[in-house]
Design a protein around this ligand. Structure first.
Ligand code: AMO
Length: 428
């Protein structure tokens, strides 16, 4: 028997159709019944006029999964949403695939005053992902990663894979999750940092997208204990070279979202524009903040003032470079005794990225490890790799969930993560 070809709702053409999806809404008008059928691409109204199908219709519940064979009288329209009834499918047959029980959370929240709280939504995340707005966030996130890959692949970067189980810290010693690795103690990687460097000093231009784990105890709207990073590392490049890559890459990602995610942006009511860029040294940044009557001293972290800083320069990638050495990790190149080649990037009220030029000279690396109270013996493999011809190199990392949050104006980073891991949440 020939298997019917299922099509997405946005691909409906005039004539016979075979659709599969979820029951989004049911309307029973005695002589005629309506099923609003939803798939990941949209919603379409299906009319049941044939009395023989009324029994099947009466068995349906919200979110039940069904197949529908029917006839479309109209060709596809651009945006098959419930609000426009331009497409209508006359139902010839309904097949029940899996009947849904009473729903723990509603997929369609009709009354705007009823909003399921985030924690309950995350308890039922699989259902939550079916909501138009939630679904739109992750379709856009998928486009972010796709465009990131395309941008660097086109420029002859190599996509690399780094280990997730590591023996020593890279971003400071206190935020590691320990794992028992046979008879040894190991950790979950906080960053692909040391490994992407070891690869770049041989393969030159590399990028990766990886999960990272940080055992930070605080529970904030900007931190996750498991997040994903989009990283690059480039040999024969300094901090300013890679900041330019970041500027161009973010522009490329946003222009692709504007082009390819029109429906999702409309659902979320987000109007994206290509951002401008501004470059300030750390020193200049402190002066700007002070000038705007913000109490801050040289040497203080900017985290508490990121939002204010971004409000001063709307829709701008703010590059803050030349941080003091003691404010950056041990692997960042010290330009002199005080200033480093490390930078942060702010956008949409938060830090979306940090990076810098790295140390490629073993003796300087050892000195910086000691200054950071880290034992060079624990970094032997890393340090030794720079003894056999290592070019200077630089790179950065964009936090995927942070970037999603900044781009779409989400008020909690958990909204930009499918299954967040935080201090209290390990399931689902
Ligand atoms: P950093 O520690 O700044 O730098 O991390 C890079 C980016 O990752 C995101 N990020 C987080 N997102 C959610 N929850 C967290 N707990 C969290 N921590 C960080 C942020 C941040 O800017 N190895 C360096 C990068 C480099 O130099 O290449 C690093 O990991 O968006």
């Amino acid at each position: 028997m020939k298997k019917e070809k299922r099509i997405y709702i946005d691909k409906i053409k005039k004539g016979p159709v075979f659709l599969q999806g979820w029951v989004h809404e049911l309307r029973d008008l005695a002589k005629v019944k309506f099923i609003l059928l939803r798939d990941v691409k949209g919603i379409v109204q299906c009319v049941v006029k044939n009395k023989k199908l009324f029994k099947k219709f009466s068995d349906l519940t919200l979110e039940t999964v069904i197949s529908i064979k029917g006839q479309s009288k109209t060709a596809s329209v651009k945006s098959p949403e419930v609000t426009n009834h331009k497409i209508e499918i006359e139902v010839k047959n309904i097949e029940l695939i899996n009947k849904a029980e009473q729903l723990p959370i509603l997929v369609v929240e009709k009354d705007k005053t009823i909003k399921t709280d985030l924690s309950k939504r995350l308890d039922w995340r699989s259902l939550d992902l079916r909501k138009k707005k939630i679904n739109a966030i992750f379709l856009i996130q998928s486009e972010i990663i796709r465009a990131f890959r395309e941008f660097f692949s086109k420029q002859e970067f190599i996509e690399i894979q780094t280990p997730c189980i590591i023996a020593s810290a890279s971003e400071g010693g206190t935020e590691l999750f320990p794992v028992q690795y046979f008879e040894k103690k190991a950790f979950l990687a906080q960053s692909p940092q040391l490994y992407k460097q070891l690869i770049a000093i041989s393969l030159e231009k590399v990028f990766c997208t990886v999960p990272v784990w940080r055992a930070e105890k605080h529970n904030t709207t900007r931190h996750l204990n498991e997040s994903r990073q989009m990283d690059i590392e480039v040999a024969f490049a300094d901090d300013f070279d890679v900041m330019k890559y970041l500027e161009d890459c973010v522009q490329f990602i946003i222009s692709n979202i504007i082009k390819n995610c029109k429906r999702e942006l409309a659902i979320l009511d987000v109007k994206l524009k290509l951002p401008k860029s501004k470059y300030f040294s750390y020193d200049e940044s402190i002066k700007i903040l002070k000038k705007n009557k913000i109490k801050i001293d040289y040497g203080e972290d900017l985290a508490a003032n990121e939002k204010r800083f971004c409000e001063m320069f709307p829709n701008t990638l703010i590059f803050i470079h030349s941080f003091p050495n003691n404010m950056k990790p041990f692997y960042i190149w010290p330009k002199d005794g005080k200033i480093s080649a490390g930078f942060d990037v702010l956008y949409g009220g938060i830090e979306i990225s940090s990076g810098g030029q790295r140390i490629h000279i073993p003796e300087i690396l050892i000195q910086r490890l000691k200054e950071n109270k880290l034992n060079p013996k624990n970094f032997k493999h890393y340090i030794d790799a720079f003894r056999y011809g290592a070019p200077y190199h630089s790179g950065w990392s964009i936090g995927l969930e942070r970037f999603t949050m900044a781009l779409l104006g989400l008020d909690n980073i958990r909204e930009g993560c499918m299954f967040p891991r935080d201090r209290d949440r390990l399931t689902p």
